[in-house]
Design a protein around this ligand. Structure first.
Ligand SMILES: [Zn+2]
Length: 111
């Protein structure tokens, strides 16, 4: 699964969504902003345990629609104090794949 994300990431480097940033914050006060691309590239992230949650899109005719949510986590050593900083990606595994598959409108990336 990780390989699938990394290969999608490499194919969609120019996807604007990857330019969003996420803040890594250590308890010592250190903080660092990295892009979504940085978070996912290199495959240093971990795939967490999936949890099941009731779908927010539940309709009146369906009573027990649950969706699976798998968190992606990245741990990094803090350059200031050496502690591990664990950041959770704001988008679940289930949601990131369709986002990465949505092709940017410009075709220059194939040039
Ligand atoms: Zn620290």
């Amino acid at each position: 699964m990780k390989d699938a994300i990394i290969s999608l990431l490499e194919q969609n480097k120019k996807n604007k969504f990857l330019k969003n940033t996420i803040e890594l914050r250590c308890k010592c006060g250190f903080s660092e902003k990295i892009t979504y691309y940085d978070f996912l590239s290199g495959g240093k992230f971990e795939i967490g345990k999936p949890t099941h949650t009731v779908s927010p899109f539940i309709s009146e005719s369906i009573y027990d629609e649950t969706i699976s949510v798998t968190p992606l986590q990245l741990s990094r050593k803090c350059p200031t104090c050496g502690e591990n900083i664990v950041a959770v990606f704001p988008i679940s595994l289930e949601n990131i794949i369709p986002l990465l598959q949505s092709k940017p409108p410009d075709l220059l990336m194939y040039g």
